[in-house]
Write a protein that binds this ligand. Structure first.
Ligand code: SF4
Length: 208
């Protein structure tokens, strides 16, 4: 079954009571388009995100070298999910390819919502959202995105344009090139000390 969900598609401001009807709703939207997915479509949102953060991280992650562990950053993220957005957090995964914090339908339009702590990685987060919208469009589902920044008390609507689609296709080509090549040499950047791969990349070099 191509569509997985931990929770349900929500109406504007309430958790629906009829889960099966609403699940079937988005499920049928996605499966009614029979266009086959190309192998390139198996790129995940996380890989798009890492492409815009660090190519070494993208390569390591794509080669199943995972060193993710509990970190203060992660804990703050969990707190955000479990506190202010408790009612809305749903963690929906589609095709094991895209993972969305929660989904709403507003005035008939499907809205994909992501919850972020800060805007420090805004470009990478936006690219990830563009990829989700692009992916769903390829499956025949028109949607728009909303980035939620509860700590900043801000939201940002994300609409996929033709240029964004071209950029995503470029991103997919670049990911393929990077992942099929040799591991990119780690270059220290601002986020390195908070990255799960830090010791792997800079073992013996000491911290900042
Ligand atoms: S520690 Fe830095 S260089 Fe290494 S994977 Fe993480 S972000 Fe990239």
């Amino acid at each position: 079954m191509p569509f997985y969900h931990n929770h349900e598609l929500m109406n504007d401001n309430s958790i629906p009571s009829n889960k099966s009807t609403i699940n079937a709703d988005i499920g049928s939207l996605i499966t009614k388009n029979e266009t086959p997915i190309s192998p390139a479509m198996k790129i995940t949102g996380v890989r798009i995100n890492y492409l815009h953060i660090c190519h070494t991280k993208l390569w390591l992650f794509s080669h199943n070298i995972t060193l993710e562990h509990e970190h203060d950053n992660v804990n703050i993220g969990k707190m955000l999910h479990e506190d202010r957005y408790r009612k809305n957090t749903k963690d929906i995964t589609i095709d094991n390819t895209i993972s969305i914090d929660f989904v709403k339908r507003r005035s008939g339009i499907i809205e994909l919502h992501e919850i972020k702590k800060t805007k420090k990685m805004e470009d990478a987060h936006l690219r990830q959202m563009f990829y989700y919208l692009y992916y769903l469009k390829q499956r025949g589902v028109e949607a728009q995105g909303v980035m939620n920044y509860p700590v900043l008390n801000q939201t940002r609507e994300v609409v996929l344009t033709q240029d964004d689609e071209s950029n995503i296709e470029d991103d997919m080509r670049r990911i393929e090139e990077i992942v099929t090549g040799r591991m990119p040499h780690p270059k220290r950047i601002r986020i390195c000390p908070k990255c799960a791969y830090f010791e792997f990349c800079f073992c013996g070099e000491g911290g900042e």
